[in-house]
Design a protein around this ligand. Structure first.
Ligand code: 13P
Ligand code: SF4
Length: 348
């Protein structure tokens, strides 16, 4: 965070951090917005949480805390401010609301969704429970509150293995990311099946499985391929390739490291490879490049998350000025969904 409300000083501070990744004319405009956001933040007693995928000008200026979904959920749980502005996507802002039902939680754009969250409904989970009675449901936080409300416990990419293992059961329903489920199955040694909700199709009815998955995918991480990796390795044989676990198991297997967005950032900070390639949302590559000017970052950057992309300094300023868009969750859903998130936070 740059704790600055003077536009000229803000411009100089942002330039010192971001000159290599943000054009100067853009820095001038963005620094004025950032300075005004910082002034309003104090006036309205707000805290700003920024996900690692925020564009560099936002990521480096106004958030009080930046991090992956798990770290930001923890920060949301701890804040004593009246307003939480979530610079991320809707499911993250909803998670903050679940942990702070009495506070005002703002999402700066109504369009900031997520392909994984949109892939499943609460009714889908109820149907799965009918098909697999007694099997605990682990839900990735990249879901909306109605889905969390039907779940026993949530997880993020940062703690999915620990959450699955904490249940000590042979069988787990893990929703809704097909690839994360497969990657966690590989890490935990659990077998995975993907049921269909079509009543005409037969379900596997013998308990020869340990995990039941769903066919949701992240529209960003789904785009990376093993061929991309082979091409980069041909050109840069010593490159270290890091893949988010929302990538396919084949891409994860062909990479050198896989972990949550913050785990990837730490890995770059703590190692010294000749080149790095991040297989994740594109803006994070810029943020990592800005923070590690001595490290050579390669770009495979045809993909920005269209949802994260909605959150800009312009939208964040409007959000604070107009107190929009307020996250509301119906009371009955809120209480049940909050329980699943609290159980996750208790595990770590
Ligand atoms: P992290 O929990 O690793 O920050 O990931 C969130 C996300 O949406 C990745 O696409
Ligand atoms: Fe959702 Fe993928 Fe965007 Fe993350 S990168 S918010 S999982 S669509």
């Amino acid at each position: 965070m740059i704790n600055e409300t003077n536009p000229e000083k803000m411009y100089l501070a942002m330039k010192a951090k971001l000159a290599a990744v943000v054009p100067d004319f853009e820095l001038k405009i963005k620094s004025e917005l950032a300075a005004e956001i910082n002034r309003l933040k104090v006036e309205k007693n707000a805290v700003i949480l920024g996900h690692n995928y925020m564009e560099p000008a936002l990521f480096s200026s106004v958030p009080d805390f930046v991090g992956d979904s798990l770290e930001l959920a923890r920060k949301a749980a701890q804040t004593d401010k009246d307003i939480i502005v979530f610079c991320g996507v809707r499911f993250m802002a909803e998670t903050a609301k679940l942990l702070n039902p009495k506070k005002t939680v703002l999402l700066p754009s109504e369009k900031a969704g997520c392909s994984l969250a949109e892939s499943i409904t609460g009714e889908d989970v109820r149907q799965l429970r009918l098909k697999f009675p007694g099997v605990p449901v682990v839900t990735y936080v990249n879901t909306y509150a109605d889905v969390k409300a039907e779940s026993d416990i949530c997880c993020t990419s940062g703690n999915a293995k620990a959450v699955v293992e904490s249940l000590h059961t042979d069988t787990v329903i893990f929703l809704p990311d097909e690839y994360l489920a497969k990657n966690i199955a590989n890490e935990t040694g659990k077998h995975i099946i993907f049921p269909s909700l079509d009543p005409r199709k037969k379900f596997a009815n013998e308990l020869d499985y340990q995990m039941i998955g769903w066919l949701g995918r992240c529209e960003v991480h789904d785009k990376f391929t093993v061929e991309d990796i082979a091409n980069v390795r041909k050109q840069f044989p010593d490159v270290t390739i890091l893949a988010h676990p929302e990538c396919s198991p084949e891409v994860v297997a062909a990479s050198d490291f896989s972990g949550s967005t913050t785990a990837m950032i730490r890995h770059v900070e703590n190692t010294s490879a000749s080149h790095y390639l991040l297989l994740t949302e594109c803006a994070m590559g810029d943020n990592v490049a800005a923070a590690n000017p001595d490290k050579e970052m390669l770009r495979l950057c045809s993909v920005r998350c269209p949802h994260m992309n909605q959150i800009t300094l312009e939208e964040t300023l409007e959000s604070l000025r107009k107190i929009q868009y307020v996250i509301e969750i119906p009371e009955d859903i809120l209480q049940r969904a909050a329980r699943a998130v609290q159980r996750m936070i208790a595990i770590g």
